[in-house]
Design a protein around this ligand. Structure first.
Ligand SMILES: CC(C)(COP(=O)(O)OP(=O)(O)OC[C@H]1O[C@@H](n2cnc3c(N)ncnc32)[C@H](O)[C@@H]1OP(=O)(O)O)[C@@H](O)C(=O)NCCC(=O)NCCS
Length: 209
């Protein structure tokens, strides 16, 4: 049997425990990095803090890294802080996810259980596509965005960098969600959402700029 490649997870919180469980299907989860030795949700060892990342990678030669922090801004800040080459970041995919052969997923992204990434969809780097979400054909998911469980987006949608799409939201086909925008849980988006605004409800309306 082929040996699994080592993986260092960054973040020992809720997203960390979820990522660890998914990663364990195809990676040797060597340990996690966090500010301190928080009680991990699984029995993986604490390896050190963010400042130790280069030493940790030297010790675990050939290891890849995955930033498993749910907050989009913190994930982005850490990538900047680490300044590691993009190819060191792993793609983590749950075995029950369905990914079209023509779709692409960039390093640092996670596709959770039961998610579907359909024809020609593009998932940029450091994106979280959570359990059971459907990313239809020709969607473009910007870097550092987070798609919560049970989201459904129709074909040709575009999600801007760092946007957050809440639990079970629906996004009509060919809609565009601006960078840093927030779509509330259960919202139904039927038009474009500008950058940085929060929308909620059915149909979705702006509550915050
Ligand atoms: C949209 C959201 C980010 C707004 O949070 P917030 O900025 O703290 O806003 P508030 O809770 O102060 O709510 C502001 C108003 O919007 C309403 N509202 C908030 N979220 C709503 C939602 N999802 N659907 C409908 N109305 C909503 C509130 O009832 C409130 O209305 P009011 O002013 O008439 O009282 C948040 O409610 C939400 O839906 N988050 C997504 C959670 C999620 O998906 N988590 C995933 C975990 S994996």
């Amino acid at each position: 049997m082929q040996q699994k490649q080592k993986l260092i997870l960054v973040g020992g919180g809720e997203q960390g425990s979820l990522s660890a469980e998914i990663a364990a299907f195809s990676w040797d989860v060597t340990g996690f990095v966090d500010a301190k030795a928080v009680e991990p949700y699984s029995a993986i060892p604490w390896l050190g803090t963010d400042a130790d990342i280069y030493a940790i990678l030297q010790e675990h030669s050939g290891a890849r890294v995955f930033i498993s922090i749910g907050n989009n801004r913190i994930r982005e800040k850490l990538v900047d802080f680490y300044a590691l080459p993009e190819e060191i970041y792993a793609v983590i995919v749950h075995p029950s996810a369905i990914i079209s052969a023509s779709a692409s997923i960039a390093p640092g992204s996670l596709i959770a259980a039961g998610a579907i990434i359909n024809t020609r969809a593009v998932v940029e780097a450091h994106v979280i596509i959570n359990s059971g979400s459907i990313v239809e054909h020709d969607c473009h998911i910007g870097a550092f965005s987070h798609i919560a469980p049970g989201v459904v987006m129709g074909g040709g949608c575009s999600i801007g960098q760092g946007a957050f799409i809440g639990l079970g939201a629906r996004i009509k086909d060919h809609c565009s969600i601006g960078a840093g925008a927030v779509v509330g849980a259960g919202a139904v988006v039927i038009g474009d959402v500008p950058e940085g605004v929060t929308v909620v409800g059915v149909p979705a309306k702006q509550i915050k700029a």
